[in-house]
Design a protein around this ligand. Sequence first.
Ligand code: TMP
Length: 220
Amino acid sequence: MRRGFFLTFEGLDGSGKTTQLRLLAEALEQQGLPILVTRQPGDTALGERIRALLLDAKTTGVAPMTEMALMFADRAQSIQQIISPALEAGKIVLCDRFTDSTEAYQGGGRELGSDAVLALHRVLCGNLQPDLTILLLPPLEISLARTRSRSSNAQTDAADRFERERRTFHEKVFAKYREIAAREATRVVAIKGDLPIEEIQERIVQVVAAHGIDRRASMS
Ligand code: TMP
């Protein structure tokens, strides 16, 4: 039986979601709450190999369906090996990306559509839904500029396979995220605008507190 709290972070590359996830994890940990931080794709032994394959700019000619299948292969493994056991143990699971990413990137960016993603999610992931999703949605220009400057500063690894995509790809991902936020208005909290890190962090802390996540985790 599920007893913990499943919290996912979503957004485009360069949206600031990984930074915000880390800040929230630190804050929850300081309160002595049991947390588990994970990411997709990756984190299991199999998942890290899938991640390396998918992100490597040298991986070429990947069919969109193959890409979607690999994202779900990673996720099914992660649910079985990491997420479900942690939730069953009463932990707060903070997951950097989940199925909304597949819907935005493969469903939107690669134009496979939402229906295929949601159907696969039901079959391969037992339709596991986050209790809460924080979607960071600064203006597209901001995310693109951050990703560009990150890649040009990198000593070794330049932009990955997704970051190298054309602007139109990212526009489609952005549009699909907005669509998801409108459809899933109770689960997804979208934080829009070009806001300072501290202000976003404050808002996230408020949203999380409003969901009683601290009480839920400590009750279990
Ligand atoms: P990350 O750098 O935020 O960890 O994400 C890795 C990349 O993988 C990012 O560009 C988004 C992409 N991605 C998908 O295209 N579909 C998915 O389902 C997931 C989880 C990630």
